[in-house]
Design a protein around this ligand. Sequence first.
Ligand code: CTP
Ligand code: MG
Length: 170
Amino acid sequence: MKIPELCLVALVGVSGSGKSTFARKHFLPTQVLSSDAFRALVADDENDQSASADAFAALHFVAGKRLAAGRLTVVDATNVQPHARQALVALAREHDVLPVAIVLDVPEDECWARTQARPDRDFGRQVISRQQRDLRRSLKHLGREGFRQVHVLHGVNEINTAEIGYEKLF
Ligand code: CTP
Ligand code: MG
């Protein structure tokens, strides 16, 4: 896939779909703003869901500073809910930067198997099922929500073999 040299990338995928792994492989650590890292920054615990509002406020603030400085920014959060994506589209527009969605669409069984194997995740399968339902509902709306590019990677193989190139758009 080719993405603009300067854009706001929203990774979209349920927990365990491999967003953080994908971000590590394709982007600089400093380009990636993860909701987990911001929960840890504001609440000392990356799993503290009660810290989400503050964590996202801080994440959006930093993302805005990066975009204002013309730096490619990747948001590593599930982004399966419309309001989460809407905030990112608005932020990108505010800074005249193109919002791009990269969707990691991985079968729920695989995501759940991975989650069970993780020491740092302790929620139940219903959390992933709910996210998967949100994702299914979201897929056909992403373009209309304002994302200028929507790249959907279907399944583990497409995700593992994906390559990212850059295009100059201005
Ligand atoms: N994983 C894997 N094979 C892949 C990608 C990920 O086995 N191709 C494993 C990772 O090593 C990790 C787990 O699956 O243990 C979840 O991957 P991660 O990238 O952390 O998923 P996220 O989507 O970031 O999950 P979360 O939303 O919970 O942060
Ligand atoms: Mg992650």
